[in-house]
Write a protein that binds this ligand. Structure first.
Ligand code: MLC
Ligand code: AMP
Length: 502
């Protein structure tokens, strides 16, 4: 038995001194350097008793070492569980306990604050800094630079990525070797990445976009990445001349367009700009083409499925659409069990080797979102037009996407409802010029009570990651409800749609 993901992404590069990561400050890591570091992490983890199939929970500032840790896990068969760096200790508590992680790895600066959460679950903490410091870095330095890949099958788990749920409880999406590998292969085919590509990587590496779409694809193609710590307009403008391709969420592109130094000349040499994780406004698409001459290639995906569709590399990239199913992926638009004809709006469903194995230890949740014939119900609303392009026209699920991060209103509402003086709440997304959408909280006070918004903000700030926190609060007497008693969020969305305008 072999380890197919390792072989495709890393094995082919063993011992090669080709460039893989161009780092801030000018250093370049070759494929051989990167794999040697991954091997050291694999040795260090294995020596601590972390076994194939165990989950490694990590909350790490982006760095080459953090990425090498992911590669080490692939090689050692350890299930990589990356967590948003914005999560608070109370959010992490849930992920660590729910996943039964064997070890938690965090930044050295967070160790003191996060150790209690790990200790409460009976697991230890190791640290990994961005400049080679921390206990895991030291263990890797002392470990051997060669590690024999652990045999894995296509159905074995490679990663566990948490996505929030409509009930407010996050679910761990189990992603297999085959899920990740089939998707990287499909994207390679569609987007024509080669060993000559230099991808400008400014995304976080704790989500499918930055970790799988960008990294796995580049590794498979044998190309290199300009590996920036985060999206920073100045750094991106400085590095674009050295890149051939870039991936981003729509906020990256609107921020670039706000910058007059982002010109046609600066990006004349570029091969490809790709957008995803949130809807790209047709207006942004048009402005981008007008400014640069490039048509952004928009694609559509999800944590549970990796990428599903893409606009064509050759052929018309249509603004406001997410293109065609990737090779091997089937898409249908359905109303319940019934597939709908072209032009009709329904729920987007996906089937293929990219579709995850299920939610970690939640078979009933998996069953709720999976049809008997293997189609996964995305919760997105869409239509397929006469030419076969998929349009995402809305969401059946109650979800806000802010700057490419997902916020499930229920999670925020549950916390708001607990606050003194709050009878009930509704959380919605409103259009936001930078983040696409941002979070609005509408509160109803208990009879005779006054709500102390500063106290609410403070309580929310302690518990929830910053990106989930409402950026606008309103207090009203009663929530609009339909005859069934359900809160009419569409009315609230309409009423508050201008709160972030101008
Ligand atoms: C940061 N902040 C956000 C935010 N990101 N608030 C709302 N939404 C976000 N996305 C907070 C900061 O904590 C800060 O708080 C304030 O907003 C301003 O910060 P900033 O400096 O302007 O933000 P920045 O650090 O530049 O981050 C913005 C961003 C980043 C858009 C560059 O969020 C980002 O990289 N997003 C990409 C997300 C992503 O990769 N998604 C892929 C999911 S995978 P304060 O305290 O100052 O107010 C997936 C599947 C698929 O969806 O299809 O790809
Ligand atoms: P996540 O749970 O972070 O994986 O987010 C997945 C969701 O992001 C999808 O279900 C869509 O709602 C949304 N999404 C991703 N790409 C696009 C896109 N190109 N256009 C519209 N929505 C998108």
């Amino acid at each position: 038995m072999t380890n197919p993901l390792y072989e495709a992404l890393l094995g082919q590069h063993e011992g090669k001194d080709t460039a893989f990561l161009h780092l801030p400050g000018g250093a370049t890591l070759t494929h051989a350097d990167f794999i040697a570091r991954a091997d050291r992490f694999a040795n260090a983890l294995t020596a601590r008793g972390i076994a194939p199939g165990d989950r490694l929970a990590v909350q790490l500032t982006k760095s080459a070492d953090a990425l090498a840790l992911y590669a080490g896990c692939i090689k050692a068969g350890i299930v990589f569980l990356p967590l948003n760096t914005a999560y608070t200790a109370s959010e992490l508590d849930y992920f660590i306990s729910n996943s039964g992680a064997a070890l938690f790895v965090c930044d050295p600066a967070s160790e003191a604050a996060l150790t209690p959460a790990a200790a409460a679950q009976g697991i230890s903490v190791m640290t990994l800094g961005t400049a080679g410091e921390g206990s895991l870095a030291a263990a890797a330095d002392a470990a051997g630079p060669r590690f024999a890949p652990v045999p894995r099958g296509p159905d074995d788990l490679a990663a566990l990525l948490y996505t929030s749920g409509t009930t407010g409880r996050s679910k761990g999406a189990m992603l297999t070797q085959e899920n990740l590998l089939s998707n990287a292969r499909a994207l390679l085919d569609c987007w024509r990445f080669t060993a000559d590509d230099v991808l400008l990587h400014a995304l976080p590496i704790f989500h499918a976009h930055g970790l799988f779409v960008a990294t796995n694809l580049t590794l498979l193609a044998g190309g290199a990445m300009i590996f920036l710590p985060k999206f920073d307009v100045e750094a991106v403008l400085a590095e674009l001349p050295k890149a051939t391709s870039m991936m981003g969420v729509p906020t990256f592109y609107t921020r670039l367009l706000d910058e007059p130094r982002f010109t046609r000349d600066l990006v004349r040499h570029m091969r490809l700009f790709i957008s995803g994780s949130a809807p790209l406004l047709a207006e942004t698409h048009a402005r981008f083409e007008e400014r640069t001459g490039h048509r952004i290639l928009e694609r559509y995906g999800m944590t549970e499925t990796s990428m599903n569709t893409s606009n064509p590399y050759e052929g018309a990239r249509r603004a406001g659409t997410v293109g065609f199913p990737l090779p091997g992926v089937e898409i249908r638009v359905a109303d319940g069990e019934k597939a709908l004809p072209a032009g009709e709006i329904g729920t987007v469903e996906v089937r293929g080797p990219n579709v995850f194995k299920g939610y970690w230890q939640m078979p009933e949740k998996t069953a709720e979102e999976m049809r008997a014939d293997g189609f996964f119900i995305t919760g997105d609303l869409g239509l397929i037009d006469e030419d076969g392009y998929l349009h995402i026209v809305g969401r059946g699920k109650d979800l806000v996407i802010s700057g490419g991060y997902n916020i499930y209103p229920k999670e925020v509402e549950l916390l708001l409802d607990e606050q003194p003086g709050v009878l009930e709440s509704a959380v919605i997304g409103a259009p936001h010029p930078d983040f696409g959408e941002s979070v609005v909280a509408i509160l109803v006070p208990e009879a005779g009570a006054a709500i102390d918004l500063d106290a609410v903000r403070a309580a929310v700030g302690e518990k929830l990651a910053r990106f989930k926190q409402p950026r606008h609060y309103a207090v009203i007497d009663a929530l609009p409800r339909n005859t069934m008693g359900k809160v009419q969020k569409n009315i609230l969305r309409e009423r508050y749609k201008h709160v972030f305008a101008g």
